[in-house]
Unconditional design. Sequence first.
Length: 95
Amino acid sequence: MQGVDHVFIADMLEVYVLTFADEPFAQPLSAPIGSAGVTIGRSSECVLHLPDPERHISRVQAKVETDASGALRVSNVSSANSIFVGEREISPGEA
């Protein structure tokens, strides 16, 4: 996600967003990964709603979920913007 610099997933299966556009949030955003997963984007309907007045992030940019074995899956549900998981670029529509 353009502008989001640090996103990590903790051992307790919770997603944290710590910075945006190289600036730390006053209080990091976080959400547990439930059975429906976690949506991330600028829409207020996302579980992790990212403030993005310049609209670099899609309304629903990404989804983090677990599969039946407990493995994590990060999907780019955007139709326009790539995201990065570590060093790996995930193009729109890929996981």
